[in-house]
Design a protein around this ligand. Structure first.
Ligand code: FE2
Length: 190
């Protein structure tokens, strides 16, 4: 097993609602080459960044491969967003669909490759995830999320889970809150 990523607060600030916020630092760790059925483990610290729950940076998959994720410990919300495609090109500021899924230990989610995704730790304990991603990441996976200061919504702690739209996006539909079961029943792209 190797430690493949430490996401410190300095680099996470690029995608926080409040880039000046203080909170857990590092925000999360990714361990790779873990052996067995899974390829990576991600551990997201509990805490708060001026009202926003700790999260992963968020990324797209430029390699068109789905990803399977298994929640080992903790509770969180997975935020997924699909970009509108115009003339064959995805437009990062324009979002066709936003889905949020509340997940807990034992849940599994398959992420269709068209959906950018980020995990939020909404509990007081670490959120620990397995995933089967083996294709690695290129800078382009993160670039547009960074340029737009995060995903289309921020998930905040307002005496419970709340959301705030990211004003850097021009088209943002309402969030569809789905259970893990509801999401798994949706037809996956071929
Ligand atoms: Fe991914």
């Amino acid at each position: 097993m190797k430690l493949s990523l430490i996401r410190d607060l300095k680099s996470l600030r690029l995608v926080l609602k409040d880039p000046e916020a203080v909170g857990p630092d590092p925000a999360y760790w990714v361990f790779s080459e873990i052996g067995g059925l899974w390829n990576n483990i991600t551990l997201i610290a509990p805490g708060n960044y001026n009202g926003e729950f700790p999260k992963t940076f968020g990324h797209y998959h430029e390699t068109h491969v789905n990803e399977k994720i298994h929640v080992i410990e903790g509770k969180g919300v997975m935020l997924l967003q699909k970009r509108l495609v115009e003339n064959g090109n995805p437009i990062s500021e324009k979002i066709e669909e936003v889905i949020c899924i509340k997940a807990k230990a034992g849940d599994e989610i398959i992420v269709p490759f068209e959906y950018g995704h980020s995990w939020y730790n909404t509990s007081d304990e670490p959120l620990i995830l397995f995933d089967d991603w083996s294709a690695g990441h290129v800078p382009g996976d993160y670039k547009e999320i960074g340029r737009l200061q995060g995903m289309a919504y921020y998930i905040t702690d307002n005496n419970g889970i709340d959301v705030l739209k990211n004003s850097n996006y021009t088209i943002v539909p309402q969030i569809k809150w789905l259970t893990v079961e509801e999401f798994s029943k949706r037809r996956l792209p071929k």
